[in-house]
Design a protein around this ligand. Structure first.
Ligand code: 0WD
Ligand code: CA
Length: 397
């Protein structure tokens, strides 16, 4: 008897009109009017605790602590490095935390459709039992981590790191989950000590500027534990694509009159700059990634701590996400936000064309490397399947 191949490579003509590759270059192809991107709205939150356990609430939300003089601070980011408690990055979580949140909040998806299809108040109670009445659809085209969409937005201008995204269509929704490439794994596992220490700096910085309570105290002598996270769940629409994604949020403003996501603040560190060349590279590479990441969920402010080479932050600067495109406008040969968002829009259309079979055991791996088109392979019942049984079985009526 014939051995069944572990995966099958399909050719262009097998896709009923879908094209096999998606061209990225020249990126001027995406220099079109800015596409419609609906004001992102928060539909929920969840938290991951010190043991990386999921909680369907905002218990890990932190509050921004305004330093006495943001222009003169002295945060030593290396302090406590020896006490770091690090999340096990060999443990692949895929979309599991988001899926857990979805199962606990399915009524929010039914209501999302209702608010679109009928303008009148139904007067029905939110019993949470709607899905048992036969409507098992989420009425959402794409579900992923925010970070995956950030990578898509930055792709036209990225010339170092490629990506691989696994996609499965299940129950009318396309799920996107990044797969760590062998190169990414090598880099992570063989990271130099200096590099490891520098990744700690970002987490330590959060500790100097946040508290567990509004107007509370910082806890800079506690160990840093990278298992902990507060995540927002955002619903929005990019042209014809409805999106639900979750992103980790560093903190919110202590002022409780502000609503999410407008109250959220993204924290970053960056090396102090002394030359125009350093400043240009900062705008060209860092501000692109920062803009894309915060634009997606509608986080309006990014507080950056500028540090020296030994990891001491000397001053803070706030960037307004919406103003970043204006900051970079004076530069020539730089990035264009329209290109980023149009690329993402058209790539998602490509995914819809290619991934047509609704089957949680079927995974399409989309791979992109700088200077290449996006290609894909097809994998049935493979190691790449990422929608767990506990999730898919909850949809069987
Ligand atoms: O399954 C995967 N391949 C990935 C899962 C890749 C990247 C992230 N994740 C998960 C992690 O479980 C993490 O908790 O996503 C969560 C963060 O989601 P996100 O907001 O979509 O990710 P992103 O926007 O890339 O990063 C936001 C923050 C980072 O802050 P900075 O300032 O560096 O952008 O999330 C943290 C980090 O603090 N973060 C992570 N934390 C733990 N594990 C990870 C990670 N792999 N990546 C980013
Ligand atoms: Ca951050």
């Amino acid at each position: 008897s014939q051995k069944k191949p572990r995966y099958e490579l399909k050719r262009a003509e097998d896709f009923g009109g879908g094209r096999n590759t998606f061209d990225v270059y020249p990126v001027s192809r995406f220099d079109l009017p800015f596409p419609n991107y609906r004001q992102p709205s928060e539909v929920g939150v969840f938290s991951l605790d010190t043991a990386r356990d999921f909680h369907n609430d905002g218990r890990k939300l932190r509050y921004y602590v305004v330093p006495p003089d943001p222009k003169r601070v002295n945060f030593d980011l290396t302090e406590g490095y020896d006490t770091l408690i690090k999340r096990d990055e060999d443990e692949k979580e895929h979309l599991d935390h988001i899926l857990r949140w979805i199962l606990k909040n399915r009524r929010k998806f039914v209501l999302a459709r209702r608010s679109i299809s009928s303008s009148s108040e139904t007067g029905e109670q939110e019993t949470g039992a709607e899905h048992a009445e036969g409507d098992s659809q989420l009425h959402t085209d794409f579900i992923a981590w925010r970070g995956h969409f950030t990578k898509l937005l930055c792709t036209p201008y990225e010339n170092q790191d490629g990506w691989t995204m696994a996609v499965s269509k299940f129950n009318g929704t396309w799920y996107i989950s990044e797969v760590e490439t062998p190169e990414q794994r090598d880099r992570r596992v063989n990271m130099a000590d200096r590099q490891r220490q520098m990744t700690y700096w970002g987490y330590k910085f959060e500790q100097y500027l946040t508290a567990a309570e509004p107007r509370g105290k910082t806890e800079t002598s506690d160990p840093v534990n990278t298992n902990e996270a507060f995540c927002t769940v955002i619903r929005t629409r990019l042209n014809t694509h409805s999106l639900v994604f979750s992103g980790e949020v560093d903190c919110r403003a202590a002022d409780d009159h502000m609503r999410a996501p407008q109250c959220y603040i993204e924290l970053k560190t960056s090396r102090e700059m002394f030359t125009p060349n350093q400043q240009r590279n900062f705008r060209r590479y860092k501000l692109l990634k920062w803009w894309a990441q915060s634009f997606l969920p509608g986080v309006p402010r990014i507080v950056c701590g500028f540090r020296d080479d030994s990891g001491v932050v000397h001053f803070l600067e706030t960037f307004k996400t919406m103003e970043i495109p204006n900051i970079i406008k004076a530069d020539s040969h730089t990035w264009n936000p329209s290109v980023c968002v149009n690329f993402c829009d058209q790539f998602l259309s490509h995914v819809k064309k290619v991934v047509q079979e609704d089957n949680c055991r079927l995974v399409y791996l989309f791979t992109w490397r700088p200077n290449c088109p996006v290609t894909h392979t097809v994998h049935r019942d493979s190691e790449y399947s990422f929608l767990p049984d506990w999730y898919t079985q909850a949809f069987h009526t």
